[in-house]
Design a protein around this ligand. Structure first.
Ligand code: GLU
Length: 469
């Protein structure tokens, strides 16, 4: 790893064409943590120049996702569409300095050029026919009515080499690179060029991004060098794969950050998960963002693709859910439950219900679903209930109802239940199964003592009377 000789400034530069993908979120997280670790700045730049694919909704989805995760930029969001004048000014300057030139090749001419190269067994590439030296040599005259593209004069010999923060040294021969188009015929700057101008002008010290951009890097470095600017350090993160080893996509499950919010994941769980996905600190699996910032460095990023493990994310989410109090959880599930007909102030205390259920819930969605059984009238399957109400069970249930005091805790409930079992010659499961069906309409519930406490005497008595008529 090279030493850092300038203020650390990282950027996350999403193209707003859909939603904030978990892969993008991981890149953003690493850029953010790297900047925080080095007491630097984290910049958000929206690369919205692809007018056909960029939408305001997609911009909002990215901003919402970043805000939900708490990855707040120190600068930005900057929008490339608002910086067109800057790109044009740099292009004019490059033309004036002979770093770039106008190319008048028509699409048909380029096709023919590639065809010939292929036929000769060569790699198709622009042959530099409008480079100023060739124009002078051949006395080329710009054709009438053709709007030229602008090409960067890429060096023709030597190689571009950089020490990638994740992948190690990468060297690409300039022979592999042709003269990149930096502005189209209509004058609009191209993607790679805008990235370069922004990285230079925003004084980005470290470009941390997905390794799908590795091919752009030598071209970008050449342009930055031509501009006489300082080249940032580059670090390319391997892709994220699904459990089957293919690139992670919708086919595997949720890939949009906000979908995780919808399904009741906590941002701290997703952050912790993404932090660990492609980076490690020994065997540590659970850590706070402060801890992550402290530990984070590119040297511990994995060189190979990471595999997204939905089960592990659930496990982490369960861990973070359990850290929250019943009150905190109740606040987070109220809206979900209202959608299912829950009315605040009716039924048992939601915080107590959440406290009771949180160990077994992996997501807020699961918690809300489980909690709702406390707020709807239990409607057990009559046949299943009849089967449980055998022998002395009905009498025992009535006895239990009469023995419960107005106010009691789980310990008292346990003592009373045991007395009832003894008095009626029953075993715990015989009474508990019937009670579960009567009180909550299902046989899988938290411990019956706690269920009795949360529901309270009135509701327990009502339910027993209603079911035993
Ligand atoms: N806009 C690019 C993307 O969303 C990222 C470019 C970069 O990080 O250099 O893939």
């Amino acid at each position: 790893m090279s030493t850092i000789n300038r203020p650390v400034r990282t950027r996350f530069a999403p193209s707003p064409t859909g939603y904030l993908h978990v892969g993008g979120a991981r890149t953003a997280l690493y850029c953010w943590a790297f900047a925080r670790h080095h007491k630097g700045q984290f910049i958000l730049r929206v690369e919205d120049t692809d007018l056909e694919r960029s939408t305001p909704e997609a911009v909002k989805a990215i901003l919402d996702g970043m805000a939900w995760l708490g990855l707040n930029p120190d600068e930005g969001p900057f929008y490339q569409m608002q910086r067109m004048d800057r790109y044009r000014a740099v292009i004019d300057d490059m033309l004036a300095k002979g770093l770039a030139y106008r190319c008048y090749c028509s699409p048909a001419e380029l096709d023919a050029m590639r065809e010939q190269q292929r036929a000769a067994g060569l790699k198709p590439r622009y042959d530099g026919r409008w480079r100023p030296e060739n124009v002078a040599k051949k006395g080329l005259v710009p054709p009438e009515g053709v709007k030229p593209v602008i090409r960067f004069k890429n060096p023709t010999d030597g190689a571009v080499s950089w020490e990638d923060g994740v992948k190690g040294r990468i060297t690409i021969s300039n022979e592999e690179l042709d003269d990149l188009i930096i502005a189209r015929g209509d004058g609009t700057p191209t993607y790679n060029f805008c990235v370069v101008v922004d990285d230079v002008e925003m004084q980005i010290s470290h470009v941390i991004r997905g390794d799908d951009h590795i091919n752009n890097t030598p071209r970008q470095i050449n342009i930055i060098r031509a501009l006489g600017a300082q080249v940032p350090e580059y670090a390319h993160l391997p892709m994220i794969h699904g459990p089957d080893g293919e690139k992670l996509s919708k086919r595997h499950g949720a890939v949009s950050v906000m979908q995780y919010d919808d399904h009741g994941y906590l941002p701290e769980a997703l952050l912790n998960y993404l932090a660990r996905l492609g980076w490690s600190h020994g065997d540590d699996e659970i850590f706070s963002m402060d801890q992550f910032i402290d530990w984070f460095g590119l040297d511990h990023c994995s060189k190979s693709a990471a595999q997204f493990d939905f089960e592990k994310l659930k496990w982490l989410n369960n861990h973070y859910l359990r850290q929250l109090s019943g009150e905190q959880l109740a606040r987070r599930v109220t809206i979900r439950m209202k959608e299912e007909g829950f009315v605040e102030g009716c039924g048992p205390d939601l915080a107590a219900v959440c406290e009771l259920l949180k160990d077994r819930a992996n997501t807020l969605e699961e918690l809300a679903e489980a909690a709702s059984m406390f707020y709807v009238e239990a409607t057990p399957d009559p046949a299943a209930l009849a089967e449980k109400l055998h022998g002395t069970v009905p009498d025992a249930l009535r006895d239990l109802a009469s023995r419960l005091p107005e106010v009691f805790d789980a310990k008292q409930a346990s003592v009373i239940t045991k007395e009832v079992l003894l008095a009626h010659g029953l075993k715990m499961p015989q009474l508990a199964m019937a009670l579960r069906l009567i009180l909550l309409g299902r046989t899988e519930t938290p411990s019956i003592d706690q269920v009795l406490v949360v529901l309270g005497k009135r509701r327990v008595v009502q339910q027993i009377e209603r079911m035993l008529v």
